[in-house]
Design a protein. Structure first.
Length: 620
């Protein structure tokens, strides 16, 4: 103790350790200190604003509620001053001198116990836990001075000062203005925080939506009313577009905007945007990252909060704010908070419900969304079964019955199915124009049965994991068992063939023994002589091609033989001609041509040199 009015206190050992953690480990970016100090100042203003409603003896009651920043480059000073509730000498020692104690936490508890039950909206928005956030100032300052005057009328002003090492001093101050002034004596490497542009950008980034003015000279640095806190009917379309460009750095307008709020089981408000153009993949990698900004009680917390939405919605941009999340030492790891999980579930359900409504009432807008982000919806089905039932109605496809755009839904398909049709048929290929000419579709086109047409690499995985839709399972048209309506099944499988055709089948199995496992006759084909099928429901040719052809990324397994199953059209002229040439010397070559023809019809060619050798004699 040095004088009667000035006292020196030693930090307790555990507090020294905690302060060291805060200064050197707690935050990934040292500029966070400004967010903390501004949050604490806003907290103090919220408290005095509430007190002013009922406390007639409130000191300095007519003073404006604001936060003032002062920069002094020459002296390397940054000053943060508020006109908030202030502190008495005892409060200063207890609230700041003891990091583990939270004045705000106590204040909220007392407020909740004494607040009028019939007027809950009068509760102020309290921000932060003062002690911990305050000490982040020592990341950039080698000395911090706090000068404060309490709202209590007769309480003297008091000054706290420390270099953040082992001790702090407390003495009486001549201050007469209610509130708190924090002066940071900046370190040599923190001179940037005396620059107006630097401070302005930090306020915009972290504290733009605090409910009180943040002033730098005559300039007000922050906005008071957060767009996402307004009622949607109060926000103009141009405001949404401007805000999107501000937070996304995208020069284009958003494709889709959704404004949500929730009260139970957790309170939050959000504005979500889908960009006009989805990011493209490069080298097989998806560059899309989560773009949601997280605010807690108007204070910016995180720029890319991955825990706020499931991964398949990572393309969304926007802002989410909650009143129920903690604003304390855990800000950097806030995604572990249980309330984040609750927000994730509510926000996801709301967004998917909005998409469903849009898909039924605004078809053109939804199809524009689907064209850009359909792959993310598909990803959600096969990677996260939690939302499969909500995502499946959002799927859109090309089908054999519509040719202009992928507008078909599963609901539409079921409505258009044949009376005795019990399954949903789909076909997979590389390009739509080739797929429409696939021999696998001949049976279905001939009998007016709709087939879903798929051309994206993930579609095979997607449909193999879809399960059922309205008690109808999904079957690839390449399957050996198509589970056709009974009358159609009898028609194509009740095949009577001549002895010559039976001998041809045996000859085909002999000549193609290295390439073919099964050979069968069927009347499923109309114009084509043959095609491959999957006798046991094995992998489609699309998956087979990815796995066994090899590619630039080194993902294939070239050189591994995979036998096929071959279906022959007994009524095709070429097949009939072959059955009459079994004794011909060139029958083996002609049968090999049949195999290559099946490969070409599915859009692949495995042995081009052999095919060229078979064609050359015909050309001569």
């Amino acid at each position: 103790m040095s004088t009667a009015t000035e006292e020196t206190f030693e930090f307790k050992t555990e507090i020294k350790e905690l302060m060291h953690l805060i200064v050197h480990t707690l935050y990934s970016h040292k500029e966070i200190f400004l967010r903390e100090l501004l949050s604490n100042a806003s907290d103090a203003l919220s408290k005095v604003q509430f007190e002013a409603l009922t406390n007639t003896d409130l000191y300095d009651k007519e003073q404006s509620l604001d936060i003032t920043l002062t920069l002094d480059e020459k002296e390397k000073l940054l000053v943060v001053e508020d006109t908030g509730i202030g502190m008495t000498r005892e409060q200063l020692i207890k609230e700041i001198g003891t990091i583990a104690h939270s004045g705000t936490k106590r204040f909220v508890k007392e407020l909740a116990e004494n607040a009028e039950k019939d007027n809950p909206k009068s509760l102020p928005e309290v921000i932060g836990q003062f002690g911990v956030g305050f000490y982040s100032a020592f990341m950039v300052a080698d000395k911090v001075t706090v000068d404060t005057k309490s709202m209590e009328k007769d309480a003297p002003g008091v000054t706290w000062e420390s270099d953040g090492t082992g001790s702090y001093t407390v003495k009486e101050s001549e201050r007469r203005k209610r509130g708190t002034t924090i002066t940071l004596h900046l370190k040599k490497d923190a001179k940037e925080f005396t620059q107006k542009d630097r401070i302005s950008s930090l306020v915009e980034q972290y504290s733009n939506y605090l409910p009180f003015p943040v002033l730098l000279g005559e300039e007000e640095l922050n906005k008071h009313e957060a767009l996402w806190r307004k009622q949607p009917k109060e926000v103009k379309e141009d405001e949404y577009k401007e805000f999107y460009k501000q937070i996304s750095n995208d020069w284009q307008e958003p494709l889709l905007t959704q404004h949500f709020s929730g009260d139970a089981p957790v309170q939050f408000s959000a504005v979500l945007y889908a960009p006009k153009i989805a990011p493209t993949e490069y080298y097989g990698q998806d560059p899309t990252e989560h773009g949601l900004k997280l605010y807690v009680k108007r204070v910016f917390i995180q720029d890319d909060c991955k825990a706020m939405l499931p991964r398949f919605l990572r393309f969304l941009r926007g802002v989410v704010e909650s009143e129920d999340l903690p604003l304390n030492v855990g800000r950097e790891a806030i995604q572990n908070d249980a309330n984040i999980t609750k927000i994730n579930k509510v926000l996801t359900k709301k967004y998917l419900a909005a998409l469903k409504k849009m898909s039924s009432k605004e078809e053109e807008n939804y199809l524009a969304f689907w064209a850009q982000f359909g792959r993310f919806i598909k990803e959600g089905i096969y990677s996260d079964t939690t939302y499969k039932d909500k995502l499946m109605p959002l799927l859109r496809f090309n089908t054999t019955k519509q040719t202009d755009k992928p507008s078909g839904s599963l609901k539409d398909y079921v409505a258009n199915k044949k009376e005795d049709q019990k399954v949903i048929y789909y076909a997979i290929g590389e390009r739509l124009e080739l797929l429409r000419r696939s021999p696998h579709l001949e049976l279905f086109l001939r009998n007016d049965i709709e087939v879903i047409l798929l051309t994206e690499p993930m579609d095979d995985m997607l449909f193999s994991q879809m399960g059922d839709y309205e008690e109808m399972k999904f079957i690839n048209v390449e399957s050996g068992d198509l589970e056709l309506p009974e009358d159609l099944k009898k028609e194509i499988e009740d095949v009577e063939v001549s002895d010559e055709l039976t001998k041809l089948k045996d000859k085909i199995k002999e000549v193609l023994s290295e390439q073919v496992t099964e050979v069968r006759f069927s009347k499923a084909l109309t114009d084509s002589p043959c095609h491959f099928y999957n006798a046991s429901g094995g992998m489609s040719h699309n998956v087979r091609k990815l796995m066994f052809s090899g590619n630039d990324m080194g993902m294939g397994m070239p050189g591994i033989p995979l036998k096929r199953d071959l279906e022959i059209n007994p009524d095709h002229p070429y097949v009939k001609t072959l059955s009459g040439r079994l004794e011909n010397d060139s029958i083996d070559e002609q049968i090999k041509m049949l195999y290559h023809l099946a490969s070409l019809l599915e859009g692949s060619l495995e042995e081009p040199q052999e095919l060229a050798g078979l064609i050359m004699p015909l050309l001569r």
